[in-house]
Design a protein around this ligand. Structure first.
Ligand code: 6R9
Length: 635
């Protein structure tokens, strides 16, 4: 048990050293002690990054739902597995026990089987954050079908592209979804998508909003009556360790989305191990991750990681601003949440609002806070630490990617001393390397470079669906025998990592390498600034110059713009140096963002370079309208 729950820094270093000295022994012990297997593996690991080919626990047989559900039943049958908090705070929360979860998963699995879904078939899931979403993932896993969740905020074109890319025969959706005050017609979006998806035979529809929707004869069916009629027992399909568990699409730097393929055993072992350690999860804790299951964070740290540990995982249907900006804290207080995991973009949005929204709530149940998705700036980190965590809850700044399946770099609470804006240390089994532009590893501390991982870990994606060549080119060609993350990072004097942003965001000004994140940090420290994004644009003398898009807080709106510009550049000069001063500053009402909250720098870069003729697809943005507004006022 000792290497499952790390309790102090000394132990972290011991476990880490062991994991690097003999990774196979390390993962062998963890897999052996903490999971149920139908058959043990013949080999822990086979790998070759030049092909690339990665196989963990080969020869093993298992079903992940036995590990996430069945094995808990004799001790935790009546424990809440999923705690559902609806969009509307007046609608009662729902507690789904492990026993109930098993019945629902088995019933849905039987429905899928009746509709002809077999092991290996792909099922696209396009559902809001309601319990049926988690049940649908697990029902697929129960029978060995490969799920591909499409975030229920993507357009019909995005749905169609993904359905066709993975060759799904079935789509599971709902009549609609609630988001704050709005109701969204999900089924209408699926109907539009289906015009371009001739191979989809069945669309199963969950009732959520009671909207009056179109049901296509022979294709569309309500799920509820089928579930009612289905048997509540479904034997788990026995899977090979390396059978695909799911496909999840992530956007590439260009063109088509990449269908990252995750397989069964390694993904299970790694997400369960990291969940337990990074959140220091203890029996009876109430864990809440605010992500959507449409993203990898939801797959790994709402569904699989927590359930593999027999945890209670909160699923929240709503948004942080409804009915007001205190909703997150309301939910924390109501359910006595112990671990809270969210994104910097949400923290920044809430930090803009009045402190009373936080202070009027009892947040004393909280033990650990987490962030994920982008670099967190100092100001947001301190706000989170001071006002949400009351300086008592360690913040785990967790760095990872859709491709990595689980968290790779993060503090371990109560063991690793935290440091604002630093993801700190690699988790056991993770061997990071910083590389220079010539492909040489930069050793020692107080250095920065391109972040690679030089040894496999169990939950890494194995391929891109239908395009292994692209997988190889994207991740394994830039640096020989290493997985390239696409991120830049620095390693400080004690070996802590700070992720500085995508390397494509590095801007070279007069020969100096500048990361966008530290400049944005500096600007965001200005009391009038809510958020900012820096991009480079061509400059005759400097090569590149810096263009800053700055969104003001409400309190900053009345300030004189010229003075503000001077003050912002003064902040940058103080924090980084005059070299990082902005050539141009444009005040904007909002920044264009992806639905997962990432700033679309690609578009901002084009606007800054006055190259607005081809901005690419902006339809998947959260707020496409701000793009035209920014173009109109471009400097
Ligand atoms: C889990 C997730 C991956 C990219 C990644 C990096 C950025 C994620 C971060 C972070 C700084 C963190 N990122 N976590 N940057 N600090 N703690 O977000 O996956 O949507 O695939 O994004 O997000 O740039 O490369 P995904």
């Amino acid at each position: 048990m000792s290497n499952y729950h790390i309790k102090h820094l000394e132990e972290y270093y011991q476990v880490y050293r062991k994991s690097v000295r003999n990774p196979e022994n390390f993962w062998d012990e963890i897999a052996e002690e903490h999971f149920v297997w139908r058959k043990k593996w013949d080999r822990v690991l086979d790998w070759d990054f030049s092909k690339p080919e990665i196989k963990w626990f080969q020869g093993a047989k298992l079903n992940i739902t036995e590990n996430c559900i069945d094995r808990h039943l004799h001790i935790r049958g009546d424990k809440t597995a999923i705690l559902f908090e609806p969009n509307n705070p007046d609608e009662p929360a729902r507690h789904i026990t492990y026993l109930e979860l098993k019945e629902r998963v088995c019933k849905m699995a039987n429905v899928l089987k009746d509709k002809g879904i077999n092991k290996g078939d792909r099922v696209v899931i396009y559902l809001p954050m309601i319990p049926e979403l988690a049940v649908a993932l697990l029902a697929c896993a129960r029978i060995g079908a490969v799920h591909s969740v499409v975030f229920a905020g993507f357009s019909s074109t995005a749905v169609a592209t993904r359905v066709n890319d993975c060759g799904a025969k079935m789509v599971i959706t709902s009549d609609g979804s609630y988001r704050g005050k709005k109701t969204i017609d999900l089924k209408g979006i699926v109907d539009d998508a289906m015009d371009a998806c001739p191979d989809v035979k069945n669309v199963l529809v969950v009732k959520r909003t009671n909207a009056d929707i179109f049901m296509k004869e022979g294709r569309d069916e309500w799920l509820a009556p089928l579930m009612l009629a289905a048997k509540e027992d479904c034997l788990p399909e026995i899977m090979d360790a390396e059978d695909p568990l799911f496909i999840l699409y992530t956007s590439g730097s260009t063109g088509k989305p990449k269908g990252m393929v995750h397989t069964t055993a390694g993904y299970m072992v790694y997400t369960a191990y990291t969940f337990k350690n990074v959140f220091q999860y203890r029996e009876n804790d109430i864990y809440w991750c605010t992500a959507d299951i449409g993203w990898i964070t939801g797959h790994s740290y709402i569904v699989y990681g927590p359930l593999a540990n027999g945890a209670t995982t909160v699923m929240f249907e709503g948004v942080p601003s409804y009915p007001d900006f205190g909703r997150f804290w309301d939910v924390v207080q109501k359910h006595k949440v112990t671990q809270f995991y969210t994104a910097p973009t949400a923290i920044r949005a809430l930090a803009k609002e009045h402190l009373d929204f936080v202070n009027s709530h009892d947040l004393s149940s909280l033990k650990v806070l987490g962030t994920v998705g982008e670099p967190i700036n100092e100001e947001a980190w301190h706000w989170y630490n001071d006002h949400v965590g009351d300086k008592k809850c360690p913040i785990v700044d967790t760095w990872w990617q859709t491709e990595t399946g689980g968290i790779l770099i993060s503090p371990i609470p109560f063991s690793t001393p935290t440091k604002p804006t630093y993801a700190t240390l690699p988790l056991p089994g993770i061997q990071p390397a910083l590389m220079d532009e010539h492909g040489t590893e930069i050793t020692g501390n107080q250095v920065d470079g391109r972040l690679c991982i030089k040894f496999p870990w169990p939950s890494m994606a194995r391929t891109i669906w239908g395009d292994h060549q692209r997988y190889k080119e994207t991740y394994f060609t830039a640096f020989k025998d290493k997985y390239f993350t696409g991120d830049g990072a620095l390693r400080d004097e004690v070996g802590y990592y700070r992720i500085t942003g995508r390397v494509d965001d590095v801007i070279i000004v007069s020969g100096h390498n500048l990361g966008t994140a530290p400049i944005e940090d500096a600007i965001n420290e200005h009391p009038a600034v809510a958020e900012s994004a820096i991009v480079g644009f061509p400059h005759d003398i400097k090569g590149n110059a810096l263009y800053g898009y700055v969104m003001l807080k409400e309190t900053g709106e009345s300030r004189d713009r010229d003075n503000l510009k001077k003050e912002i550049n003064q902040m940058i000069t103080e924090h980084i140096g005059p070299i990082a001063k902005l050539e141009k500053i444009q005040f904007v009402s909002a920044l264009p963002k992806t639905r997962s909250g990432k700033i679309m720098r690609r578009i901002l870069r084009k606007i800054a370079s006055k190259d607005t003729s081809n901005l690419g697809d902006t339809s998947t943005l959260l707020n496409p309208e701000v793009v035209s507004e920014i173009i109109k006022e471009v400097l």
